[in-house]
Design a binder for this molecule. Structure first.
Ligand code: ADP
Ligand code: AMP
Length: 212
């Protein structure tokens, strides 16, 4: 199974890809997470990407394509993978196809701009393992610590309302056109994302014809 998740920042891509990844036993590749790690480690890619990520702009396609190709070449991807937040431009999608990487389905998580802002203020993430929580809707059973690894949770610096606004604009301008791109290929599955997490997961399973 080769899947990708599309949707506004905060639509639930990371949350749902973690669930599906565990159920199907295939890895999730989240370019946002790879970039945040590269930035905190100060690698060359991190230095190139830093100002884009911190201001909420998309990182240039060539950097993303390089990161993705390197990750997809690893052996754990041979039985399938879930992409979270990539491709995010038509150029990235065309590059995947040109490299012979053909997706089986594209899940678009549908939610309005207004519903996103509350999700973003409540989001907490684990800087160590990448787990995602929400203060009210999906709290960690260990309070301010990660349920999975015990690390202290943090708020993402790009979840400030001004930066979220830039990221939403980037989605509407650069990423939304991918819905038409994948619809033409018969791959688009649109899922209402303003429902409890377990209901969204069930709808994804129904759309893919599998039990999740
Ligand atoms: P994305 O990866 O699309 O940016 P996340 O998966 O990180 O989005 O989710 C954004 C925030 O919303 C997180 O705090 C997450 O816990 C919460 N969340 C995700 N899905 C739902 C849902 N169906 N209902 C309520 N909160 C959700
Ligand atoms: P995310 O964790 O998916 O919300 O991504 C965080 C940030 O990383 C985005 O706001 C972009 O700056 C950058 N980013 C992640 N994935 C991509 C991508 N596929 N194309 C361009 N920029 C990306």
């Amino acid at each position: 199974m080769k899947l990708t998740f599309l949707g506004l920042p905060g639509a639930g891509k990371g949350t749902q890809s973690a669930i599906v990844s565990e159920k199907l036993g295939i890895p999730t590749i989240a370019t946002g997470r790879i970039l945040r790690e590269a930035i905190s480690e100060g690698t060359e890619v991190g230095l190139e990407a830093k100002t884009f990520v911190e201001s909420g702009l998309l990182v240039p396609d060539l950097i993303i394509i390089g990161i993705l190709n390197e990750r997809l070449a690893k052996s754990d991807c041979k039985n399938g993978f879930i992409l979270d937040g990539v491709p995010r431009t038509v150029a990235q999608a065309v590059s995947l196809e040109a490299d012979g990487i053909l997706l089986d389905a594209v899940i678009s998580l549908e939610i309005s701009d207004d519903e996103i802002l509350e999700r973003m203020t409540g989001r907490r993430v684990c800087p160590n393992c990448g787990a995602v929580y929400h203060l009210r809707d999906n709290p960690s059973k260990m309070g301010h610590h990660c349920e999975l690894c015990g690390h202290i949770l943090a708020q993402r610096s790009d979840d400030l309302p001004e930066t979220v606004k830039v990221r939403m604009e980037a989605y509407h301008e650069k990423t939304k056109p991918l819905k038409a791109f994948y619809s033409q290929r018969g791959l688009l599955r649109q899922i209402q994302a303003n429902a409890p997490i377990a209901e969204v997961t069930k709808a994804i399973g129904d759309a893919l014809g599998i039990k999740l």
